[in-house]
Design a protein around this ligand. Sequence first.
Ligand SMILES: O=P(O)(O)O[C@H]1O[C@H](CO)[C@@H](O)[C@H]1O
Ligand SMILES: O=c1cc[nH]c(=O)[nH]1
Length: 313
Amino acid sequence: MAPILLNCMGSDHKEYIEHTVHVKNPYLETMEEDILYHFSLGTKTHNLPEMFGDVKFVCVGGSTNRMKAFAQFIHGEMNLPGSSEDLRDICEGTDRYCMYKAGTVLSISHGMGVPSISIMLHELIKLLHHAKCRDVVLFRLGTSGGVGLAPGTVVVTEKAVDYSFRPQFEQVVLGKVITRSTELDEGVCQELLQCSSELRNLPAVIGNTMCTHDFYEGQGRLDGALCTFSHEEKLEYLQKAYEAGVRNIEMESTVFAAMCRVCGIKAAVVCVTLLDRFKGDQITTPHDVLLEYQQRPQVLVAHFIKKRLGIPV
Ligand SMILES: O=P(O)(O)O[C@H]1O[C@H](CO)[C@@H](O)[C@H]1O
Ligand SMILES: O=c1cc[nH]c(=O)[nH]1
């Protein structure tokens, strides 16, 4: 069955799309109440415009601890009043995701893989819509496996690509494949690269990011419970990926890019590499070094946010 290519960014809508968060579901308007079940929030139980109307930056990442740490870090970086220790989890009514708000910045966890981040993004985009947020920039702050890069390098994604290195995300809807484009915002990407050049100890490159549906077989690892290919075949696949511009591999970027694009949200994927996949599969780097690596996307995006807000860097 031929996939349907949906490019929902018609240029006539450009100005509108640039400013507002754009849900693409006519049924939403007809609903008396919208329960954001996995956030434990709702339009009747919570005043979403009051709680979130000022949000300008949303940062998401896989782990709850990382996203709490990021909220506390950006709270300090923005010199916000009160103690960062007092930030509370807005989604404490559920343990699916965590959510913290520091000034105009929201920090949310999304778990691992496309299904988990996709559910979170549906509810986040509706939340931003219900809250009437404008001019929001969304960042994924993640970890990844590098392709031909020194561990610790931050990759700012130009295009999120699938297992065949195509810049697209396939979603099955009513038994049919819908294909959406996964190009990210070029301006934000370049601005992030400029920010990296202003920071010490922040090696960064722009490259394509391959999104897979598995950490082991899906990423060509030889160390999973199952493996049906040789070391040579793995290297051949990674070499093809490298030649297609892939510089890192993770598990959420395609659906993240596709959903943000359709909904008119400027977005960027910023992931640090934990290892060079040409050199191995196991992550043997000491814990303290991994923690420092994980902070690099946070430091870079914090710098970007501070510059955008006119806070001295
Ligand atoms: O570090 P996070 O944001 O979780 O991202 C990467 O790490 C996880 C695998 O270890 C996957 O979710 C992958 O995308
Ligand atoms: O190799 C890696 C490392 C982190 N996350 C991934 O998805 N792959």
